[in-house]
Design a protein around this ligand. Structure first.
Ligand SMILES: O=P(O)(O)OC[C@H]1O[C@H](OP(=O)(O)OP(=O)(O)O)[C@H](O)[C@@H]1O
Ligand SMILES: O=c1[nH]c(=O)c2nc[nH]c2[nH]1
Ligand SMILES: [Mg+2]
Length: 158
């Protein structure tokens, strides 16, 4: 599975924050009962969206599927007891759409947003901010660290 990704799109904390705020401009006129975040990636944008829209009621749908770049079976560890009417459903991204399809079945009436969307999964969300190529792995800031980089001259001439 991992070899279907041929490019990387690296997102910094700052970029993510700006992208989520931009998405919020398109949501601010609507009223939501609360937010349902899809764990774990949806938790971060959900917290930022909650701050911008002044939403205090936050629930989760807990899903386990990818082991880094490899997608396995999809396990729902926790659901919710409603159909999503009036709720904002948030994930960081939609890729193949497998996660989105499952969660849509659980909350068919929710307004579903992601920050990033790849073409296969895009039809499953109501709104997203940025489209990313299907063969591109989005590298999120919570999966990265700051590391020393050797000066070019040492890499090339050593
Ligand atoms: O459209 P799909 O192909 O289903 O992929 C999208 C899902 O994959 C990632 O979650 P992941 O399963 O990696 O778990 P995590 O959110 O806990 O990191 C991402 O946060 C989405 O939820
Ligand atoms: O960090 C991630 N980046 C991605 O592009 C992706 N696709 C599915 N799951 C993903 N997780
Ligand atoms: Mg996820």
């Amino acid at each position: 599975m991992a070899n279907r990704y041929h490019q990387h799109f690296t997102v910094s904390w700052d970029q993510l924050h700006r992208d989520v705020r931009e998405l919020c401009h398109r949501l601010v006129e609507r009223d939501f009962k609360g937010i349902v975040a899809i764990t774990r990636g949806g938790l971060i944008p959900a917290a930022l969206i909650a701050r911008e829209l002044n939403v205090r009621l936050i629930d989760t749908v807990c899903i386990s599927s990818y082991d880094h770049m490899n997608q396995g079976g999809l396990d729902v560890l926790k659901g919710v007891d409603h159909d999503g009417e009036g709720w904002l459903l948030v994930d960081d991204l939609v890729d193949t759409g497998k996660t989105a399809r499952k969660v849509r079945e659980m909350l068919p009436k929710a307004h579903f947003v992601t920050v990033y969307a790849k073409p296969e999964g895009r039809p499953l969300v109501d709104q997203y901010l940025t489209e990313v190529a299907q063969d591109c792995w989005i590298q999120f800031p919570w999966d990265m660290g700051i590391a020393y980089v050797e000066p070019l001259v040492d890499q090339v001439k050593r």
